[in-house]
Design a binder for this molecule. Structure first.
Ligand code: DX5
Ligand code: ZN
Length: 224
């Protein structure tokens, strides 16, 4: 089943609870939280206190995408704050197996993220440990960037790797996903669809989410 993971990076931070409610009214079922540290990426966003603040305002799983150096140091704090899923960038994990185990040991679903220039082979040895693999379809750091078309082949290859290995991890895609790009990523095999700027817009959030999901479900051959 395809799901919309609405990215609150594009929401109005002064009204976060209302924004989350609108995205969910439109059909969003995963709350994607972009954590940036100003080191791994050239931007700073939010951390565990914001996760803790939004935890009571939604029943949706909180999907924390850590774009930070040294994620091991912060995994316990995200668990404590109420995160359900935590994904780490493969580029910063010297001991990736250990980091993924640490996430699982804290009762969260572990994911691994690959930047556009990182070969898929870098995660092959941990595919049986993850709940999801996140393919970045822009370079991380900012919302509203243009989708990188090469991502389609990467998603399709990852799906083949999953099928060949007989595994069932989910395939998440993030960056530049909008009404015009979502069908091709779904057809390639993605089923957790992150979108920020295509969803959050004053007065249009509910309709944007509904339209986005309509296109995604049609591409997946699902009846809605
Ligand atoms: C980018 C973030 C994304 C971002 C996507 O570094 O990881 O989750 O919010 O934003 P859009 O959907 O606007 O490309
Ligand atoms: Zn993200």
């Amino acid at each position: 089943m395809v799901e919309l993971a609405y990215s609150i990076l594009a929401a109005d931070f002064a009204h976060l609870a209302d924004e989350i409610a609108l995205a969910e009214q439109g059909g969003g079922t995963i709350c994607h939280v972009d954590v940036m540290d100003g080191h791994f990426v050239p931007n700073i966003t939010f951390g565990p206190p914001v996760v803790k603040a939004i935890r009571p305002v939604t029943k949706a799983p909180l999907d924390c995408h850590l774009m930070i150096e040294d994620p091991d140091k912060f995994i316990p704090a995200f668990a404590e704050a109420g995160a359900d899923m935590v994904s780490v960038q493969v580029e910063v994990c010297r001991h990736l197996n250990r980091t993924l185990q640490l996430i699982a040991d804290h009762g969260m679903k572990a994911g691994v993220v690959l930047n556009p220039a990182t070969p898929l082979e870098h995660v092959i040895e941990v595919l049986d440990m993850v709940h999801h693999v996140l393919i970045m379809s822009v370079n991380p750091g900012f919302g509203g960037q243009k989708f990188l078309p090469r991502s389609i082949d990467r998603i399709a290859t990852l799906r083949e790797m999953r099928d060949t290995a007989g595994l069932s991890f989910r395939i998440e895609v993030d960056g530049g996903i909008a009404h015009d790009t979502v069908a091709s990523v779904v057809e390639a095999g993605a089923d957790m669809l992150v979108a920020g700027s295509a969803i959050f817009q004053p007065g249009k959030t509910v309709a944007n989410a509904q339209d986005f999901l309509r296109v995604a479900r049609a591409a997946a051959g699902e009846t809605s």
